[in-house]
Design a protein around this ligand. Structure first.
Ligand code: GLU
Length: 424
């Protein structure tokens, strides 16, 4: 019934999100009325932006804003800036955000935006123009009680600063009235530790799973696909706990380092050269090999639909920690489950970012200032507690972690719908 209503196109994210939702609807035996309401999305907006770049060219581009669900609070989720993002991708990602905010227990719903342009093709000034054009175009869909964006693939702290500035500038005020965007620089009301939160959160879930399995972190072999904001921080954090980083890739290439590499030094190189390639003491490998590397833990932290039925059989890791959103297709998920590979699902694994976004939201609302110690302490506790909740359900009902996390997430939204009432 659900599939008939939404014919998904794009890069596989919506198909994966719909599959996971359908499965949860069946397990929870939800009525068609409730399932249909939660399926949504509540609102899908397509915008055409025509910013004038500093070089005088007019760039006509599409942008999307989706509010999937706001039963538990204003829609929350990042802005993706990639050349191939589609409205369906943004819908799938917004749906994932609904489950992510629900499972991590913050009072938000799920939303997402997309701007269809390659950020690498823009100068810094050009990117600012595009971000400001998006902010003006999407203005009536943004707000502390409506939808609160954050960084995602292709956007960063500075872009969030420009969004905030664009809104306060148009209101002729110094600050916005409440939190319109999270992931801002600390100097403009951002919260300390937000940038590192997703990567660190990934590691807290891996540590919790290893503790449960009695696996020592010392010497654990870890492969990381994607060495951006999530992957590089996760690599540094897990190495700090004693693990060895044996393979890494980014968009420019991939490295193998059977004896382990220093991720902090690699991150410093990437800062300078923009690439992982050529790091001393490593050998260049085919990027596909990183997913199949001989390791204990695989962290896919690049993009969607990377682990498919084509390579799932060759994944050597015992644990997959989904740093990216929807990196595993449903077909691959089935193969890996049958093989006994343990997958910490994206909606739990990478929820540290949105959890700390919530801290930023409360900080800005209350004109408070949070210390880095407070942020990091709350992040570690929340990730570990929610991992435990998911794990308990996994054990109790014989579910995979993905299914248990989806059950928890969807059930909380159902409880919210019932508490609000179905009408109007
Ligand atoms: N883009 C991030 C995500 O996919 C963060 C969302 C947020 O903080 O709102 O979880």
């Amino acid at each position: 019934m659900i599939r008939q209503e939404t014919q998904a196109s794009g890069n596989g994210i919506l198909q994966t999100a719909l599959h996971n939702f359908e499965q949860a609807v069946n397990r929870l035996q939800l009525s068609d009325e409730i399932a249909g309401k939660i399926l949504g999305p509540k609102e899908r907006i397509e915008l055409t932006l025509s910013p004038i770049l500093p070089n005088g060219h007019v760039l006509n581009l599409k942008a999307f804003v989706v509010r999937h669900n706001d039963v538990l609070g204003p829609a929350k989720g990042g802005i993706r800036m990639t050349p191939d993002v589609t409205l369906d991708d943004v819908t799938g990602l917004a749906m994932e955000m609904t489950w992510k905010t629900s499972v991590i227990g913050v009072p938000f719903g799920g939303g997402k935006s997309g701007i269809r342009v390659d950020p690498m093709s823009l100068t810094p000034e050009g990117k600012e123009v595009v971000i400001r054009a998006f902010t003006r175009g999407a203005r009536r869909h943004l707000g502390p009680e409506i939808y609160v964006p954050a960084p995602d693939m292709g956007t960063n702290e500075l872009d969030m600063a420009r969004i905030r500035d664009c809104i306060s500038y148009s209101q002729a005020t110094s600050i916005t009235d409440g939190c319109f965007v999270t992931g801002k620089p600390v100097i403009l009301g951002g919260v300390a530790g937000r940038r590192e939160a997703t990567g660190k959160g990934v590691v807290y879930t891996v540590l919790a799973l290893c503790r449960k399995l009695g696996m020592k972190i010392e010497g654990l072999r870890v492969a990381v696909q994607g060495f951006g904001n999530v992957g590089s921080v996760a690599a540094c954090e897990i190495a700090r706990n004693g693990a060895k980083i044996v393979a890494v890739s980014d968009v420019t290439g991939a490295l193998g380092a059977p004896d382990g590499l220093d991720p902090a030094a690699l991150a410093a190189q990437v800062q300078q050269t923009g690439s992982v390639v050529g790091f001393p003491g490593t050998k260049e490998v085919d990027p596909a090999q990183v997913l199949e590397a001989d390791c204990d833990v695989l962290i896919p932290a690049a993009t969607q639909s990377q682990i498919t039925e084509k390579n799932a059989d060759r994944i050597a890791a015992r644990i997959i920690a989904e740093g990216a959103n929807a990196p595993t297709t449903p077909e691959a998920d089935g193969i890996l489950n049958r093989r006994g590979v343990l997958i910490i699902p994206d909606i739990l694994c990478n929820a540290g970012g949105v959890f700390v976004s919530y801290l930023e939201y409360t900080q800005e609302t209350q004109r408070e200032q949070m210390t880095i110690e407070e942020v990091e302490g709350r992040l570690a506790t929340r990730m570990t507690d929610r991992f435990r909740d998911v794990d308990e359900l996994t054990e109790k009902n014989g579910l995979t972690m993905r299914d248990a996390a989806m059950n928890l997430a969807v059930q909380r939204v159902v409880d919210g719908v019932l508490a609000r009432g179905l009408l109007p």
